[in-house]
Design a protein around this ligand. Structure first.
Ligand SMILES: Cc1cc2nc3c(=O)[nH]c(=O)nc-3n(C[C@H](O)[C@H](O)[C@H](O)COP(=O)(O)OP(=O)(O)OC[C@H]3O[C@@H](n4cnc5c(N)ncnc54)[C@H](O)[C@@H]3O)c2cc1C
Length: 418
């Protein structure tokens, strides 16, 4: 059968749009199939400093600078009694003109910009087109079956398909590769406020992580148009204690548990819409199989804390684009070809996963580690800022003196045919 495209990508989120931009720029015939009509709502609004590099690679930095997205210079932490830490400013460690300033985005707008960017580079993006299944020739993925907005179902073929379907994780779910992360089994409930209180000046766009006593934490992400995204993350049985079922009641009860959040929201007006999600932390046993590569959340997602999701999706998207390009040039798109991609993506996820595990351990505090090992502060900052493809074994050794950290998971290797 003849191929219709060089690459088929399923999903036009950050992972799909970034991979498509790279591949289309190289001149490959690329089609992105996206179920929704953009702009569409999506959670995942706070970017981290090292998002800069993948955005730069696909030509998005000037567009971001020209956007109305809120500039984010720092992160701070707030205790339940309302005591706020000194904000950590990225420019105390990174170059002011590049990594040190990032953004709080509205994903409907950000994802549309990313999708248009891929189109500008030459990718064909078909919105309102749902991929129903992967087409197989034995063990090899040879394309997809999809249904367009007119309801017509048709097939497309390419030598490689990139699964960028986000939490739907099409390939991983359907092929039984999905493994949940039992320790990160949390629930998130969130909403939006308009006109609520903001920090002054340069702190206006800061992400605030506000703790609920021993149990969980709030995100407070100021956006443009005087909006704030605010959500609470904790164990499901804690949020639903006493039989509470509605996300609104869960959220409002936890607001009372943190004085800073309460004060900041008091003057604002809630949009009234509440969102809830759970069981989002998972990994795929395999990252590649014949004719198939997994990118972004479709491969793995950890946890909302530390806002690493979009950075990991963009970084894996750009890397996938580069590796598939090389594979197309050499005529080798075998799973083994993606060993480097697997190693890089897995290393990033594993490094961040260790900090996430530490964060949720009630015995742990970054302050304790830095008090004993002042030099660890820089490494913790780099890891939290998204500089994830580095050897942090020294840091893990220091943190293990305080709390256990998980070993690397044996997942994410390419599935090489027997
Ligand atoms: C509660 C919560 C809070 C978060 N907060 C943050 C944060 O502050 N910062 C951060 O960086 N990350 C955050 N994240 C993570 C972030 O949302 C994701 O990591 C990111 O969106 C992943 O991008 P992606 O491109 O892999 O997937 P997505 O952005 O989910 O894109 C996948 C796309 O695929 C499309 N699709 C799916 N199935 C099909 C199909 N069958 N056919 C066609 N199209 C399909 C979908 O419509 C979607 O557009 C958060 C996550 C959660 C759960």
């Amino acid at each position: 059968m003849q191929n219709d495209y060089d690459v088929i990508l399923i999903g036009a989120g950050p992972a799909g749009s970034s991979a498509a931009a790279v591949l289309a720029e190289y001149g490959h015939r690329v089609v992105v199939l996206e179920r929704e009509k953009f702009p569409r709502y999506h959670i995942g609004e706070s970017l981290i400093p090292f998002t800069f590099h993948p955005l730069q690679r696909i030509g998005m930095i000037e567009k971001m600078k020209g956007s109305h997205f809120t500039k984010k210079y720092s992160v701070s932490f707030v205790q339940p009694d309302g005591k706020r830490s000194q904000p950590f400013y990225f420019f105390n460690r990174y170059d002011r003109d590049t990594v040190a300033q990032t953004w709080q985005v509205l994903r409907s707008e950000f994802d549309q910009m990313m999708m248009e960017n891929a189109r500008e580079k030459g990718a064909e993006v078909r919105e309102e087109t749902t991929v129903n299944r992967l087409l197989m020739d034995g063990e090899r993925v040879i394309g997809v079956e999809c249904t367009g907005k007119d309801g017509v179902t048709y097939e497309l073929r390419a030598p490689i398909t990139l699964d960028c379907t986000g939490k739907e994780a099409m390939a991983s779910n359907r092929r039984g590769w999905r493994v949940g992360d039992p320790y990160l089994n949390k629930v998130a409930v969130w909403t939006y406020y308009k006109g609520s209180k903001r920090e002054p000046d340069i702190d206006e766009g800061a992400t605030t992580v506000a703790f609920v006593p021993d149990k969980g934490w709030f995100w407070h992400i100021p956006q443009h148009n005087d909006m704030v995204s605010v959500g609470v993350v904790a164990e499901g049985k804690y949020l639903s204690r006493g039989g509470v079922r509605s996300p609104k009641e869960m959220f409002e009860r936890e607001v009372e548990e943190n004085q800073w959040i309460r004060d900041h929201l008091a003057t604002g007006e809630c949009t009234g819409e509440f969102w809830i999600t759970s069981e989002y932390s998972r990994h795929s046993r395999y990252v590649a199989a014949p004719g198939l590569l997994l990118v972004g959340d479709a491969f793995a997602f950890l946890d909302p804390v530390f806002s690493s999701g979009v950075m990991l999706a963009l970084k894996s998207g750009v890397l996938a684009g580069e590796e598939v390009h090389k594979g197309l040039l050499s005529g080798d798109l075998s799973p083994a070809r993606f060993a480097h991609y697997s190693q890089q993506v897995r290393e990033g996820v594993e490094n961040m996963r260790k900090l996430v595990y530490a964060f949720y351990n009630p015995e742990f505090s970054f302050k304790d580690v830095i008090m004993r090992y002042p030099e660890a502060g820089a490494e913790i900052t780099d890891c939290l800022s998204g500089d994830l493809n580095r050897d942090y074994s020294d840091l893990w050794g220091k943190i293990r003196e305080f709390v256990p950290l998980p070993e690397d998971l044996p997942y994410g290797v390419p599935l090489v045919a027997a």
